[in-house]
Design a protein around this ligand. Sequence first.
Ligand code: DAH
Length: 339
Amino acid sequence: MRTKLNDIKNAAIGEIAEAKTSVELNDIRVKYLGKSGEISLIMRDMAKLPKEERPAFGKLVNELREVVEATLGEKTAQIAEKEKFARLKAEEIDITLPSDVRPLGTLHPLTKVRRELIDIFLGMGFSVDEGPEIESDLFNFQLLNIPKDHPSRDMQDTFYVNENIVLRTQTSAMQARIMTTQKPPIRVVIPGKVYRSDDDASHSPIFNQFEGLAIDRHITMGDLQGCLQTFAQKIFSKDTKVRLRPSYFPFTEPSVEVDVTCAMCHGKGCRVCKGTGWVEILGAGIVNPAVLEMCGIDSNEYSGFAFGFGIDRIAMIKYGIPNIKLLYENDVRFLAQFN
Ligand code: DAH
């Protein structure tokens, strides 16, 4: 019996010494100290012993249990410490390493150009306004001297919501809104989205316009020319030249189309300006006295100039963007170039 106890003790201590993980140690605990572990089983053998030997044997078994428990406890603490260290080592991070660079977004080229344009006109004393994209026929057309049957409505491929409501085809609609509600002097620019049923490399069904309106006493074509000259030099480059060509718009009289020297070749002639050295950028003119009168402004006392252009077109010329669709596809590889 005693040898058996000794064998168990040696085996248990040997196994504990060999154990490398807390899982192994736990198996050993079950094997020796568990309910049907070896030490518990040997207690049952006690019944076979003569009565007087039982207390001494019981004591020995208890001693064995204590030794095994103590050895296990010590080793468990050692291994727990080792395992904790290994875990911390595995989780170690070097806080002195540079962090991953988070990609930063960039402003959309249209946003950049719009902000630049607003800055330029604020600098010339204009204020900024905006208006509804769903507009009444009255402001979009009629008050701008474009009656229901006017042929120039065809040019603008209007999206009609109903007979009297349209998706505005031009920010010029805001000219009428402002002139019917404000008293001169007026100096205002209006950036905003407009809509036309039109779709090719240089036209998109939705695009952005920028409208300008100045009403005061004694305003002349010279003021318009000076204003546009300053604008063109600031948005493109100092050496940009401006030329006015006679044109026609129902709400201006006289009307002009305005060209600037090509921003790509500075007037020498290239692919962008189709070899001419000039690119057309906007329509403008002296506000038609008929429009002033319809909007309740005395055309004998006041005159004004107006202009309107596509922000998209300015961005395309400024950055050499060949297709307007690039501005609306929002491919990050394209957009990231305008950082
Ligand atoms: N609204 C015109 C268009 O969309 C552009 C325009 C021409 C605006 C002459 C004006 C102007 O203010 O005076 O084609």
